[in-house]
Design a protein around this ligand. Structure first.
Ligand code: FE2
Length: 372
């Protein structure tokens, strides 16, 4: 199975996964062959890509972190502002994720434009859960954290959809409107005796930055709970990796870079590090280009936070392990760089640099031998 951006999808490709519309209805079923009509439909719905199965990628197994059924149930509860339902879904999510042996965010959630807020909340819940697991939170706290994530943007339904979905820069007035949504979400849950103060707090403060520049209160890191910090990090990471009418999605690599850049100002550093432990920079089944111009797909990652994955080459099906010494002269360019031609001068410069490093190391070794 592999991921194909919609712009590269071709008629005749076979789908590896059901595609749903924002109401959870099947748009195109698994195993269907892509047609012109389907491509057009997927484009209209705003999907960024599809998972396909083919001979080349048949040995790459990808599994969604939560079942599509649970994802749909989550979307449904958020759409209906069903707070009881969200709590039940939170527990199911935590159980499903904890029940998995290994946690991987390899599989991109395929989402359309019109269900952004709902799909975003489900994704944020998943990301919060894996960060919470990284912090070794007990399941009861994970349930609370995931509940907060499912509920965090519910207040957006009270803001005009024209502002929420505006394709472009917001005016200062519109931004003031948007900034009301954490408080609006909080209003919806503040009377609930069955939600803890921790949950309500995280919902209200999920846009606070650790340097006090966030909203609504401008709380500093030391005034924030861990749950609030986790929800903030998960919220921004998912927003970056989502496709919106006005922006292409960041690749996991680019989003990780942004998150690292915001450590200590926007985000709590420890929380970002926990996130980066479970986000594959190059997810399995995505296209990459190597610095020597060869193209392939990510076959596997051999560890967390991996810059040097296993790549299956298109030219001959060979699987190369970039952690092995002989391939150290190869660099992976992420999916977002796929379109950019790897300039020959870049590769020449890099090889020259490696050559110089090698010479330098040899000279040091020979110096040491002389001294010895
Ligand atoms: Fe928000």
């Amino acid at each position: 199975m592999r991921y194909v951006p919609l712009k590269d999808a071709k008629v005749g490709m076979r789908l590896a996964q059901d595609m749903y519309d924002s109401l959870g209805r099947t748009l195109i079923g698994v195993n269907a062959r892509v047609t012109e009509y389907y491509l057009e439909k997927l484009k209209t719905y705003g999907f960024d890509g599809i998972y396909i199965q083919d001979e080349f990628s048949k040995d790459i197994q990808l599994e969604p972190i939560i079942s599509p059924q649970l994802r749909r149930e989550g979307l449904e509860c958020i759409r209906n502002q069903d707070i009881d339902g969200c709590q039940k879904i939170a527990k199911k999510m935590v159980d499903e994720i904890l029940g998995k042996g290994t946690i991987s965010l390899d599989m991109t959630d395929l989402r359309s434009y019109d269900d952004y807020t709902y799909a975003h909340s489900v994704n944020v819940a998943v990301i919060c859960c894996i960060i919470g697991i990284g912090f070794e939170m007990p399941s009861e706290r994970l349930n609370q954290l995931v509940s907060a994530a499912l509920l965090h943007d519910m207040g957006k339904t009270e803001i005009s959809p024209e502002i929420i979905n505006k394709p472009g820069r917001l005016t200062p007035e519109e931004f003031q409107e948007i900034k009301k949504h954490p408080a609006l979400s909080y209003e919806l849950i503040k009377q609930r005796w069955d939600l803890s103060a921790q949950v309500k707090n995280a919902v209200l403060f999920h846009h606070e930055n650790v340097d006090g520049t966030g909203y609504p209160k401008g709380l500093k890191g030391e005034e924030q709970t861990l749950m609030t910090k986790i929800l903030h990090v998960a919220d921004v990471y998912d927003a970056l990796t989502a496709k919106r009418p006005y922006k292409d999605p960041y690749s996991p690599c680019e989003a990780s870079e942004y998150m690292m850049g915001g450590c200590g100002t926007l985000f709590d550093t420890e929380t970002v590090l926990k996130l980066l432990e479970c986000v594959p920079l190059y997810p399995k089944g995505t296209d990459v280009m190597l610095s020597d111009g060869r193209k392939g797909i990510i076959y596997d990652n051999s560890g967390a936070f991996n810059m040097r994955p296993l790549v299956k080459l298109y030219e001959n099906g060979e699987i190369i392990d970039l952690t092995s010494g002989e391939n150290l002269s190869v660099v992976v360019f992420g999916a977002s760089d796929r379109e950019k031609e790897v300039s020959e001068s870049y590769e020449k410069e890099r090889l020259k640099m490696l050559e110089e490093v090698k010479k330098y190391e040899e000279s040091i070794a020979s110096e040491q031998r002389k001294e010895g």
